[in-house]
Every structure is written in C-alpha cells, then in structure tokens.
Design a protein around this ligand. Structure first.
Ligand SMILES: *Cc1c(COP(=O)(O)O)cnc(C)c1O
Length: 385
C-alpha cells in the first residue's frame, strides 16, 4: 500500500472533489506532509511524542482463555491502552505536529461521539494550538461528557444544526468553515476519508499500529505472520493502519463493519466530503443515515482505499449486528478482563462467529486490533445488560 496514483486515486476511488480554495489547501497539506514524512527530525519528534505522551508501543496481548474456547489463537493489538483510549490519538498528534510545522495556529475537526474531538483537543493543548470542533446538535445532547472534556481541554465546540445534526453534517460544516480559514487553520480529519491527501496521509499516520504489530507477531508467532488480520471499519483508519503492516504478507485481511453502517459491504459509488467512494444511498442517490450502537461506526461510507481493496479482493468486508457486538464485548470482559469499545467489539464479534461456523479454520492465528476501550460505552451497555 503505497501512495495513491495520480491525483489521489485508489483505483476508481479517492480524488479531491472540493471547492477551489480547498483544493489549494489540500495541495499544501499534501506537500507539507510529504516533506515532513521524509524528514528524520519530524519523524523523531513524532516518535517521541507517541512514546512519552500517547504510551506507544502498545502491547500485543494473547487472548488465552478466549482462544481456547474458540479453537483459534487470538492476539489483540491494544490501542485501548493509548492515552485518551483509542487509536485516534496516533493520527491527531501527527497532524497537530504537522500543523505547527506549517505555521498554523488552530486545528479544525469534526466529531460524532466526541472521541476524535477529544483527541484533537488533547493534541492542541499539548502543542499550544487552538481547537475548534464541529459537532452535531443531537450528538452534543447524547455525549455531554465528551463535550465537557473538550471544553475542559480548552477547545471550542460548535453545535451543528443542519441536516440530521450528526457526524455527516458536522463534517460538511467543518469543511465549509475551513474554506474561510485555510490561512491560519489546519483541518484535522479523523479517518481515512475526505479529499486527497487525507485518505493516504491518515493511513500512513495509523500504520504505526500495523508496523508495531508486524514486529510483535514476528517475535511471538512461529510462522511470524498471522493467518488473519481483523479490524473494525467506520471510516476505516484503524483497519487501514493495521492492514498496511501486513499488505505484503499472505495474511488474509478482514474489515468488520456495523450492519447499519456497511459502506464497504453495501455502499454504492458516490461523492461525499470531497471524496469518491462507497456510500449508503437511497434510490435517488441521497446519502442515508447510518445506524450503529457504536458511534465510531456511524459513518455512511468508507475510505476510498478500502473500496479499492474490496474490488481487488485483497481485503474482505463483513458485517455484524449491534447484538453480536454487545455479546462480544461482554465475552471479552469476562474471559480476558478487558472491556472493549463497542466499535472494537464488532471485530471480535466476527472472530467469534467465524470461529463457530468454520469461516475461521480451527487453529488459525488471528491478529485483531482492539481499537479502543469501553469506558465511553458503559452507559449504553448499562441500559442493555
Ligand atoms: C472512531 C473509532 C473507530 C472507527 O474509526 P476508523 O477510522 O474506522 O478506525 C473505531 N474504534 C474506535 C474505538 C473509535 O474511536
């Protein structure tokens, strides 16, 4: 998985479908990122930040009791143990450092449940930048605690009152706002979506997950490489970062989507937020509202590289239901002492189902990215259990 072809294309997906001023701003981000990524000074500063602030490298944990029950050998890449509790911090610390290098003084971000907003507010505070976070009015009502955390970290939270007043509209509003602020602000997008260069830039920023896991698997597994590599997919950043570490191996790549947010498994070609990819749409081509118990999987589409990997057959995309995810979360809590984020529980739910129906052959080695911890979901779970 290298840099995409001309004009940010992954096959027929990707691109930069944005107003003139944003096309120019995206070009600047791409150039600055290429330069920074090739600069050992930048890479060193970033590696240090990820180590001393975010807690990297994260462990690879064998799930012993669960493996025994399932008849496979399951290893968990523990992004839940990072500062702020999910892989999102990998992306935002890097983008914040890049913004500072570009002389920007402010980060703009969109957020759904607030996890990317909290991570952005955290990175901004750490580096002395301002943060403006766009959030749908409905999400603000549902996620009061994260709104408070962002404000405590010094970020401005802007309520979005258009459309369904959720993530899709918050993203549109953040991009609109960036049009008038490209001179002093960097748009810190939260997944492998949006106009070029974001899909490949964010994947490169998340490949630390896959690269670390590759080294850890080499040390831990007899074969050196797992038979399966599994991750949940919202926009697709934790999966893209994980897959990147194993792209050149025979490992089978599996992305697990929410039944109600299955862009890769069930989306159709369209353009949204500056990018051509697969989106959930009605017969008129209107983007439809996704539904998932896991807020991080509540995006109506998927990043362009995942769409391309699907077409190539290099990765497979499957779906699980809310109930399966909740069941998997409880099972992990009781067998391994880990309460996962409901997003991550989707990946596990597929592993459990596939081990049961033979889709995962007995004895397979499975690397699964545990993208985040479940603290944020306890009130949701409390209602159900
Ligand atoms: C945001 C989030 C996701 C989904 O985002 P991707 O870009 O698909 O990785 C998954 N898990 C957790 C814990 C999240 O916070």
């Amino acid at each position: 998985m290298g840099e995409p072809r001309a004009r940010g294309r992954f096959g027929e997906y990707g691109g930069r479908y944005a107003p003139e001023s944003l096309v120019e701003a995206c070009r600047e981000v791409a150039e600055a990122f290429r330069e920074a990524w090739a600069d050992p000074g930048f890479r060193g500063a970033l590696a240090r930040l990820l180590a001393v602030h975010a807690g990297r490298p994260t462990p690879l944990t064998p799930a012993g009791r669960l493996s025994e029950a399932l008849g496979v050998r399951l290893y968990l890449k523990r992004e839940d143990l990072t500062h702020t509790g999910s892989h999102k911090i990998n992306n935002v610390l890097d983008q914040a450092l890049l913004a500072a290098r570009m002389g920007r003084r402010r980060l703009i971000a969109e957020t759904g449940a607030g996890q990317h907003g909290v991570a952005t507010a955290t990175a901004a505070a750490l580096l002395g930048l301002e943060a403006t976070v766009f959030m749908g009015e409905r999400d603000i009502e549902r996620q009061a605690m994260n709104v408070f955390r962002m404000r405590m970290l010094g970020a401005e939270v802007v309520p979005v009152t258009t459309g369904s007043r959720t993530l899709k509209d918050a993203t549109s509003e953040a991009m609109r706002h960036w049009v008038g602020a490209t001179g002093d602000s960097h748009y810190c997008i939260g997944s492998v979506v949006g106009p070029d260069p974001y899909p490949w830039m964010v994947r490169e920023l998340q490949r630390v997950i896959g690269d670390e896991a590759r080294g850890q698997c080499a040390a831990e597994l007899r074969t050196g490489v797992p038979d399966y590599v599994v991750a949940c997919v919202g926009g697709g950043s934790n999966a893209a970062g994980t897959f990147a570490g194993f792209a050149d191996t025979p490992a089978r790549l599996v992305g697990v989507e929410a039944e109600g947010g299955a862009g890769a498994a069930r989306g159709r070609l369209g353009v949204l937020h500056g990018c051509r990819s697969l989106f959930l749409q009605d017969d008129d081509g209107q983007i439809t509202q996704p539904h998932s118990i896991a807020a991080g999987l509540d995006y109506p589409g998927v990043g362009p590289e995942h769409a391309h990997l699907r077409d190539l057959g290099r990765a497979r995309y499957v779906t699980v239901t809310d109930d399966e995810a909740v069941g998997a979360a409880v099972r992990l809590a009781r067998t391994e002492g880990i309460v996962p984020a409901l997003e991550s529980a989707h990946a596990l739910a597929w592993v459990i189902r596939a081990a049961g129906d033979g889709d995962l052959p007995a004895g397979s080695t499975v690397l699964m990215t545990l993208s985040g911890r479940g603290d944020k979901d306890v009130s949701t779970l409390k209602e159900l259990l």
